[in-house]
Design a protein around this ligand. Structure first.
Ligand code: ADP
Length: 439
């Protein structure tokens, strides 16, 4: 079972627990309302006592679910077993509550249907029908024992004639409608829930196939771009000595053409390297997380960015909360994501502009803000900024060198670390990229 399925099952257990808290509050309020406001003479003590038992085992199931969540393993069976126990206990509690508040004369008997629906969602079809049979056994047992006087009948005085429980017609009529309602509701709810489960499974399968196809495509891209890279590198190795005049003098025309070829080869190499990088990241299934000092990374980045900014007469300011230090992640990747965004800031900010990097400590997360006073991004381009190969027109005019992969690489890296990345920008004013990652 995949970890997503286990998470879903556990989420359902927590859902059951949450529903039961609502039931506890509901029963207490209903008993108080019936007793204080309507003035029904209810045996309040047993009713509150039973509700207390309900609350108590709900607390226990909450703790059990939390423990399962902590150590997943053989989850499905355990969750089913626990859900079965919980629903059986709920049915017993409901029967006891109804017994002490009018038995078959209590209109709340139809609340058994809720348990049938919940059971059909959580359990297999067979188990849901078994739970329905258990509910029928409890209900018919309670009604029968009250009818034959084996257990006392607690009437809802002031609400309904107190002799109904003793009328054969009434008892048989209500019981048969009740029993058929239970089975029909289980049949309907489990049919719907089975269909939904099947659909969910086929969607998951389709998703898995798509992921597999994507992986094959990425492997192909990796191989091809690797080959291209080798060839370009070989071309450059051949061209460089010729351009530098090592192989003999060149006339101006020859030199110009060769230099242009060399520049093109450099651009292509830059692009292929970015393509290789993003494909490698895509193919990484799981990151080998380690604890490292973000502060050290920031210090190392600072020097590089400062000198690049200085070349364009830009200012670079770095502001880091004093509590920021170690985080868990892959150091080289985090460094790469930050560098990509900072290099963009320098690239897309004209001479004399300002670049800043701010790191804010927000208890469990870090908020990193990379801001520039550059050309900004238009509202049409903004939604596509993280798309692979996307470059805004204005950006292309300002800077020829670019692959359109830097922001996608940063996004992939941040998401692999379980974080989020987004951008705010105003054309002509500047751009701010935000990254939020867990520590
Ligand atoms: P590129 O190689 O073109 O820089 P990126 O993936 O790094 O590719 O960025 C994609 C596009 O997002 C850029 O072409 C540019 O249009 C826009 N962009 C990214 N960062 C900035 C920024 N700081 N200011 C303005 N535009 C930006």
């Amino acid at each position: 079972m995949s970890s997503r399925e286990s998470d879903q099952l556990i989420e359902r257990l927590f859902w059951l627990v949450r529903l039961r808290w609502i039931a506890v509050i509901g029963v207490v309020l209903t008993v108080l309302f019936a007793d204080r406001v309507i003035g029904l003479k209810l045996p309040v003590f047993p009713l509150v006592g039973i509700t207390f038992i309900l609350a108590l085992y709900n607390l226990i199931f909450y703790l059990v679910a939390s423990r399962i969540e902590r150590n997943l393993g053989g989850v499905q069976r355990r969750v089913e077993r626990i859900a079965n126990i919980q629903i059986s206990l709920d049915l017993m509690i409901l029967t006891a509550l109804i017994h002490f508040s009018g038995g078959i004369e209590n209109p709340f008997i139809f609340y058994f249907i809720f348990h049938m629906i919940i059971g059909s969602i959580l359990l297999s079809r067979r188990a849901s029908f078994l739970q329905a049979t258990f509910a029928v056994f409890l209900f018919v047992g309670m009604v029968g024992l009250e009818y034959w006087g084996v257990i006392p009948h607690y009437p809802l005085l002031g609400f309904i004639p107190a002799t109904l429980y003793n009328s054969w017609f009434y008892v048989a009529g209500v019981s048969s409608v009740f029993v058929t309602t239970l089975y029909i509701s289980v049949y309907m709810a489990s049919s719907i829930s089975n269909k939904l489960r099947e659909r969910e499974k086929s969607l998951e399968e389709a998703n898995r196939l798509l992921e597999e196809k994507d992986r094959i495509k990425s492997e192909y891209v990796l191989r091809v771009s690797h080959d291209i890279k080798e060839h370009i590198a070989a071309i450059q190795i051949c061209v460089d000595p010729v351009v530098e005049g090592i192989t003999g003098p060149l006339n101006a025309k020859q030199k110009d053409l060769l230099e242009r070829a060399d520049r093109r080869a450099s651009k292509l190499l830059f692009f292929v390297n970015a393509l290789l990088e993003i494909t490698r990241i895509k193919l990484t299934r799981q990151l080998k997380m380690e604890s490292f000092s973000l502060l050290e990374v920031l210090e190392a980045i600072k020097e590089d960015i400062k000198s690049k900014a200085r070349n364009k007469n830009q200012t670079f300011k770095m502001e880091v909360d004093p509590s920021v230090d170690r985080i868990r992640g892959v150091r080289v990747y985090i460094e790469e994501a930050l560098l990509n965004l900072l290099h963009n800031s320098i690239k897309y900010t004209p001479e004399g502009g300002a670049i800043s990097l701010k790191v804010e400590d927000r208890r469990n997360t870090l908020r990193i803000e990379i801001k520039d006073s550059g050309i900004g991004i238009s509202t049409e381009d903004l939604p596509h900024i993280f798309d692979e190969f996307y470059r805004a027109k204005k950006a292309c005019q300002l800077e020829k060198m670019g692959s359109g992969l830097g922001t996608s690489i940063a996004k992939k890296i941040v998401e692999m670390h379980g974080g989020g990345i987004w951008v705010e920008s105003e054309e002509g004013k500047g751009t701010t990229f935000f990254i939020e990652i867990k520590k």
